[in-house]
Design a protein around this ligand. Structure first.
Ligand code: ZN
Length: 280
């Protein structure tokens, strides 16, 4: 009798398992679809494939997360200087989607810097600046083969937005590069926390950026933290979300104490606000 009950329970459990069995997929919590320069494309792609498909835009592979059988969520950066009306998405050699790109107005900002060395660096600093630019380029193009399914970030510092991403900047009335980060003003010494887990891929004291940490979050997503007064991590450290990585300061070219925060996808800076769990 006991044996019969055991067999019945096993049969019921087996049938229940069969009925409910299916592959489970992550939620793939990406930034909202923001199809404008400095934004990101977030599109679901239906592709019949048992393996991760080869999706690319302009020859660069795309961040993918599988949301269901044959369904993949793709995250694609749009450069601030993009002038095309659409982005073409390829699967292997075949174009599978054209995504229309809208325009977005970015404001102008005019600042005055009296330290002439920071406006036009003396010739002896140029080799240092060139070397730092090469190191930065290499770090923001890191492409480690790990992928997070949630790219939603916490706010890295308790501070207020002092300059948004994308601003067209003029220093002493001369046009300069666009502002490719978000500035959060806070007093010197305020803790900076990693908004997402990652790995430290570069630390340096840069001429313009001051003390800076580069974090690799996998799949071509890098974030950077500049002008720190203190760096509290080391190169190659694995960092958990909300771990303290340093303190706000005013090292490098600054007009006051703040964090310059960048988010870079496939080597292209995009608006960090798009990644925040809660709006600023
Ligand atoms: Zn900045």
């Amino acid at each position: 009798m006991l044996m019969k009950i055991r067999i019945s329970i096993f049969v019921v459990f087996f049938l229940f398992s069969c009925a409910t069995f299916r592959d489970t997929y992550p939620v793939c919590n990406f930034p909202e679809h923001s199809p404008f320069p400095g934004g990101v494309i977030n599109k679901n792609l239906y592709i019949r494939s048992s393996q991760t498909p080869e999706i690319s835009v302009e020859g660069k592979s795309v961040y993918l997360c599988q949301v269901d059988k044959n369904l993949w969520k793709a995250l694609i950066p749009i450069s601030l200087i993009n002038q095309k009306n659409f982005v073409e998405i390829y699967h292997n050699e075949h174009r599978i989607l054209n995504v229309p790109i809208a325009t977005r107005d970015y404001r102008e900002s005019k600042i005055t810097i009296n330290n002439q060395d920071m406006v036009s660096p003396p010739a002896e600093y140029l080799p240092r600046i060139k070397k730092e630019s090469e190191l930065s380029f290499e770090a923001i193009n890191t492409n480690s083969n790990t992928f997070l399914s949630s790219l939603k970030m916490s706010k890295p510092v308790e501070g207020f937005k002092s300059s948004e991403f994308g601003v067209r900047r003029f220093i002493n009335n001369q046009p300069r590069n666009r502002h490719t980060g978000l500035d959060l003003a806070a007093s010197s010494g305020t803790e900076i926390r990693a908004p997402l887990s990652g790995k430290v891929v570069l630390i340096g004291n840069f001429y313009y950026k001051g003390n800076t940490v580069f974090l690799d979050h996998g799949g071509g997503l890098i974030s950077t933290y500049s002008h720190m007064s203190k760096v509290l991590v080391q190169n190659h450290d694995l960092i958990t979300k909300n771990q303290i990585i340093g303190k706000v300061g005013q090292t490098g070219r600054v007009t006051g104490s703040h964090l310059h925060w960048q988010t870079v996808l496939s080597g292209i800076p995009v608006d960090p606000e798009l990644f925040l769990e809660e709006p600023l």
